[in-house]
Ligand binder design. Structure first.
Ligand code: PLP
Length: 376
């Protein structure tokens, strides 16, 4: 049996999404910037998709800028804030996705930006007192702190952080790649300036996402070229991918509560099974907390001679899970997040299991059996 428990890395494309995309691939090939009928047909699809996304998030369609995904959107927010909005300081955290932390480091190296890293509490929550102190320093600042951590399921209070940023006159970017379409958002009331989305985390296609940029904020494109996406993102739009993103979002928000309870129940089943099978097991971050990101479970197994091989042995058993974020899973580097939050223990295998719409109870039970065989 093959069991896919790596939905935080990526998800299977929903059949309904494929169904929405195929006709676009087959018959909407016109360049959306062309003024002829074929081009206009593609343009209509893109603008319909933008309106649909904006409706789900309660924001104006003109605040949605389609990109190639989460990485590009994170780059666009941080680089735009420094290059076009005069930010000379970035406050972020070592536990951010590499799309944020590496971009911030590179801006600090090449653009002379001051980089401040906010401390964490023992469970991985941002230390808000430290953030408050950092926000008192001089200099136009952008704060970039993710909504939910993709590895250890910690959810930050972005409403509170956004309010603190507003009070201090700082811009606020939050990477919502792991929470978009898994939680509801109301951008009319949420005090954020930028949020990032990636479609492949909610059963949409890979290679498409967007950056929400609050009305009134003007950044220039980081990709020079045409003036697509109102000159914020040069390059011919990927019409079929954008249609796929909007369809995946429609599906997610049509069914949010039942999705949440389905996935929460699967995770609870896995936690109960692991607790019954292993005495000295640790659930990292907010993995086993009711307020944690319900799709992600990060576990440190008891010390075992096969710890270093666990990911490989589980793969042989047909179980797809991860040892870190997708970019580093399978590599020997381990996870920068576990190290930053001090959950890393070289004696223990730390594995991330993440659940999705198509995960079943039977699969969870099979995975529990396979895990016990590996750590027997
Ligand atoms: N941010 C977070 C929190 C992620 O989990 C990911 C994907 O792993 C990304 C950004 C990057 O998104 P994309 O794969 O669309 O570039």
């Amino acid at each position: 049996m093959n069991v896919y428990l790596d939905n935080a890395a990526t998800t299977a494309v929903a059949p309904e999404v494929v169904e929405a995309m195929v006709p676009v691939l087959e018959s909407c090939f016109g360049n959306p910037s062309s003024s002829h009928a074929a081009g206009r047909k593609s343009r209509v699809l893109i603008e319909q998709s933008r309106r649909s996304v904006a409706k789900h998030l309660n924001c104006h369609p003109s605040t949605i800028y389609f990109t190639s995904g989460g990485t590009e959107a994170d780059n666009l927010a941080l680089r735009g804030a420094v290059r076009d909005l005069g930010c000379t300081r970035i406050i972020t955290s070592e536990a951010e996705h590499s799309a944020v932390i590496k971009t911030a480091q590179s801006l600090a190296q090449s653009n002379g930006v001051t980089l401040d890293l906010v401390r964490h509490l023992p469970n991985g929550q941002v230390d808000l007192e430290h953030l408050h102190a950092l926000l008192q320093a001089e200099g136009k600042t952008i704060v970039s702190l993710m909504h939910a951590n993709n590895e250890v399921a910690v959810i930050q209070d972005i409403a509170r952080i956004g309010a603190m940023c507003q009070e201090a006159g700082a811009l606020f970017h939050t990477d919502t790649v792991q929470t978009m379409c898994h939680y509801a958002f109301d951008l009319e009331t949420l005090p954020v300036d930028f949020i990032t989305c990636s479609a492949h985390k909610f059963h949409g296609p890979k290679g498409v996402g967007f950056l929400y940029i609050r009305k009134g904020i003007q950044v220039k494109g980081q990709i020079e070229g045409g003036s697509q996406e109102r000159a914020v993102r040069g390059g011919t739009e990927s019409t079929h991918n954008i249609v796929g993103l909007a369809k995946a979002m429609d599906l997610a928000y049509a069914d949010l509560e039942s999705h949440q309870s389905h996935v929460r129940a699967l995770k609870a089943r896995m936690v109960a099974g692991l607790k019954a099978a292993f005495q000295d097991i640790r659930f990292n971050g907010d993995s086993d907390h009711p307020d944690g990101l319900y799709t992600v479970l990060n576990v440190s197994f008891p010390p075992h001679p096969k710890s270093g091989m666990a990911l490989f042995l589980l793969d042989l058993e047909g179980i797809a899970c991860s040892g870190g974020s997708a970019c580093s899973s399978g590599a020997t580097l381990g996870s920068h997040v576990l190290r930053a939050l001090e959950f890393h223990d070289p004696q223990r295998a730390s594995l991330r299991f993440s659940f999705g719409r198509y995960t079943t109870e039977e699969e969870v039970d099979y995975a529990l059996g396979a895990i016990q065989r590996v750590f027997a």
